[in-house]
Design a protein around this ligand. Structure first.
Ligand code: SF4
Length: 554
């Protein structure tokens, strides 16, 4: 199969390929002749989206392109305007007059329970959800987020269509390193603790099997409860809002009905759980969550079964062997392709300066030591008036370093003040605010954060970075502990995966400094734990070729 001279020859709106893009397309096409799955590590700037679109066109097939979040789907609307995006029902308002009044989404609309509606139609007559759904169904490239994809491909069919249009020849998993977690999130069963208590659900420390047994026993009681609530919510025509008999229940009745439906769905999911090996129960004050420990328990039957081939790609895919196992890809059905970086090496150096082995025992002296090193680096020629990100790995370390760096800045004898900021705990909004400041504020600054290793794409703004701590996953999380202790045939697979994830996060963080071919940024890794990880784990060439030991001062 010949890749044409330009993307435009394939109907894609670009006049030329970027360096290496054409070779990557051809390597993927060749790999697909032999393998079902192609894992692609393609660093920033390699133009993965265009590569995936070219592959889809050259194979002459339809594809589903999955991304991790709705925000990334929105980005796809800009970068892949030839594709069609559809998001889940909860992102679309129901357009029936009575439901508009209570801000109901398509998730809570009668059609979600099988009722007919005049707005179940493609554009121009359909409501927002169905317009998007039918447009994506008709498009050769449909863009879905993972959560929605796992639901829609398992549906038997789509309303008024004879087949499920999202079971296709090609699946493209963007941000493939996040695919396992996205699939696990999509199948996690969540019980409202209060409602579960009403139905005598197992108490603390119960096993998954206890919940499955309970769900079987309690099912008929829940059916009766749902019937009582539906009796109030639905009219004789089985409709929530009925024009024929002018039925329209109060918002409280509707809310009770929805919560009963949702609880019934959860009980049904527990009843239909095929096996409970490798699933765990996670409890907090408000919710009980039942989820697989590893993606391999569900990845094939939840997502991959619906496609003939899959391209799983990321700038930082991590160790391909570990990822393949997590996603239950058979050993002889996948191949890994690594694309070189075309950003000049001298623009993106990564220096290793093992100032301190950071761990739970790191004391005040250790934090002083680390803060002094960061402060010294920030004052070196060419960095004083730049913006820097300090990747801290946790909010606790953020606070330890923040107070010390602030004190040093206040007491420094120099002609200008550098702004020292930290991201606070409190979700993605705080992170977004910090990214906006980094993007728009012209002043020199240092931002300390555990959450900027991914999702920061600000060319020409970040002059330097420091990795203060290798960001291992938090062992106070019971799922992280369960995964880390996992052995497969005597091999400590859990430990290997735990290390590989931490290494991959460091490599992702280093990538924040340079986002364009002529962008420049330097990264310093100060945690002395890094080198052992680097030697043991999978490191892509685009990182290995710029990694150097730092010659210490004086
Ligand atoms: S099809 Fe009708 S009931 Fe369903 S979300 Fe659209 S407007 Fe609402």
């Amino acid at each position: 199969m010949q890749t044409p001279e330009t993307p435009r020859d394939l109907g894609l709106p670009f006049d030329a390929w970027r360096p290496g893009q054409r070779d990557t397309v051809e390597a993927i096409l060749t790999a697909f002749q032999e393998y079902k799955y192609v894992l692609l590590t393609a660093p920033t700037g390699s133009g993965k989206t265009l590569v995936a679109s070219a592959v889809q066109r050259l194979l002459g097939v339809e594809s589903v392109y999955t991304v991790h979040t709705k925000q990334l789907q929105e980005q796809c609307l800009k970068t892949m305007d030839w594709a069609k995006v559809v998001t889940g029902r909860s992102n679309h308002m129901c357009e029936l007059d009575q439901l508009k009044a209570i801000n109901a989404t398509a998730e809570n609309a009668p059609c979600a329970q099988g009722a007919d509606c005049e707005y179940i139609a493609p554009a121009p007559d359909g409501c927002s959800y169905y317009r998007a759904l039918y447009a994506a169904a008709d498009s050769p490239q449909a863009v879905l987020n993972y959560a929605y994809a796992t639901r829609i491909v398992r549906a038997k069919g789509i309303r008024k269509m004879t087949r499920n249009p999202f079971r296709r020849d090609l699946l493209v998993c963007d941000e493939g390193d996040l695919a396992e977690q996205a699939i696990i999130d999509a199948v996690t069963v969540t019980l409202n603790r209060q409602t579960a208590k009403t139905f005598d659900a197992p108490r603390y420390n119960a096993s998954v099997q206890d919940f499955v047994t309970w769900a079987k026993d309690v099912r008929m009681r829940v059916v009766g409860w749902l019937q009582t609530r539906s009796g109030k919510a639905l009219c004789d025509h089985a409709s929530v809002h009925c024009k024929e008999c002018d039925h329209s229940p109060s918002s409280t009745v509707l809310k009770d009905y929805r919560s009963a439906q949702s609880f019934m769905d959860t009980v049904n999911m527990l009843n239909n759980m095929p096996d409970t090996d490798d699933w765990v129960v996670i409890e907090d004050k408000y919710f009980i969550r039942i989820r697989p420990v590893w993606g391999w328990a569900v990845a094939q039957k939840t997502l991959f079964f619906a496609f003939k081939q899959a391209l799983i790609m990321s700038a930082t895919l991590g160790d391909p062997k570990i990822l393949a196992r997590k996603l239950a890809l058979p050993d002889d059905e996948w191949v890994h392709i690594e694309v070189p970086s075309y950003f000049p090496k001298e623009n993106r150096p990564v220096f290793y300066w093992p100032v301190e082995k950071v761990n739970r025992k790191t004391d005040s002296e250790g934090w002083d030591h680390l803060a002094a090193a960061i402060s010294w680096l920030a004052e070196q020629d060419g960095l004083q008036r730049k913006k820097g990100i300090i990747h801290t790995g946790s909010f606790r370390i953020t606070r330890e370093l923040f107070v010390r760096l602030l004190e040093k800045e206040i007491n420094a004898d120099k002609p200008f003040i550098r702004y020292i900021m930290q991201t606070q705990e409190g979700g993605s909004a705080r992170k977004e605010t910090m990214i906006e400041i980094l993007q728009t504020d012209r002043r020199p600054m240092i931002v300390l954060s555990p959450s900027l290793a991914t999702g920061v794409d600000i060319p020409y703004e970040i002059g330097f970075q420091v990795i203060a701590k290798v960001p291992y996953a938090d062992l106070s999380d019971p799922v992280v502990r369960a995964r880390k202790d996992y052995h497969v045939a005597g091999v400590p697979f859990g430990r290997q995966s735990y290390d590989a994830d931490a290494l991959n996060t460091v490599i992702q963080a280093c990538g924040r400094a340079v986002r364009a071919p002529d962008d420049k940024g330097v990264t310093f890794i100060l945690d002395g734990n890094f080198h052992a990880l680097y030697q043991r784990g999978y490191v892509p060439t685009h990182f290995r070729e710029v990694f150097k030991w730092f010659k210490e001062r004086g």
